[in-house]
Design a protein. Sequence first.
Length: 150
Amino acid sequence: MLLQLEMASDTTAPTTGKPPVIAQRIDTSPDVIQDQDSYGLPVFMLSEKPIMTQRRVYARKISSEEARKGYVMILKNKLAFFPPVGEAFPLVHDNVRSMARVESYRCTCRGPDLPHKHYFIRWNRLKTRDKIEIRQDPDKQGSYLINVHN
């Protein structure tokens, strides 16, 4: 993606009398493109290529609380991996399909001045220290696979 900056109308290139060109080419293969404006000064732009490829796996070790209460905690910075909060999706374990959803609850574990939410998926078949991996199913869009490693 190239964002074009508008120059003030009184800004002109000394040789052409026209506003300087912001960039002379667009190359979307690298993450950051360096180019030159009409003065020969470097111009940096972000390309359309994502800076980091999204991982297709959510993994974590199950805590004693998660095992006891029957859920998998979903970290806030990993919410984008899953469908929107509250939206049901297929979660397959050992070829058995169940419907799951990311849920949330309000919490003040950091104190009453820092209220926030915790996110989770209900899953009752877990033991403390199990390692879970949730993957997006490459064959069925919107479906996820869960593997549990003891």
